[in-house]
Design a protein around this ligand. Sequence first.
Ligand code: AMP
Length: 228
Amino acid sequence: MTRGLRLLVIGKQGSGKGTLCTSFSQHFGIPHISTGDALRSAVAQQTKVGLEAKSYMDVGKLVPDELVMRIVDELFVANDLLNRGFLFDGFPRTTHQADLLDALIAPEGIDAVIDLEVATDIVVERLSSRRVCTNPECGAIYSLSAPPKVKWICDLCGSPVSQRQDDTVEKILQRLADYEEMTAPLISRYETAGKLVRVEAKGTPDEVFSLALGQLVARAIVPEVSST
Ligand code: AMP
């Protein structure tokens, strides 16, 4: 295969998609593409898409597919994703987005979809204590129990670290309800297509990384040598 690996990471908000994608991106040398980060950056830059997306994001609702796809189309071109491969974090989140992604990457399609499985009470607890670096180029993740070394200043880039606007309990519950209704159906779609890799995501980031990598190796999606 001359093109890069094509992976999707799906799972409830707070299941650790961003953390796993950061590690996998370094490990495999393929771009980590978070539609949430791209949308937050569009909001911060007050682009046309950002201005339209903001009202949905502010209340913890999914942004309409048409706006998301405008961002995704731009990301494909800007990062040469068809050739370099990708790790999509938080995309697709609806059946329609999955159809449009399939059309974009036909005829080869994706290599695997990692579903990070974790109980709802654990993710509510994780998300309400999550704190993130406000620099969209960095986005490092902390929590009340694992804060930065200097009080709420990012260890990596020195920007302020704060709670995401949609990480309040009310908005978390709204986002999880949308997940069940609109995103969870993708699990059976990818399972039927033989692409689904289920990974139990309640351990530490290193444990989840090893489990996920082990599954990809066991299914011959990546060669064993990649795990060393
Ligand atoms: P995330 O950082 O992945 O939790 O995304 C933050 C917010 O961005 C979500 O609550 C949605 O409002 C929006 N968003 C991100 N990705 C998508 C997507 N694929 N479809 C619709 N909305 C999205």
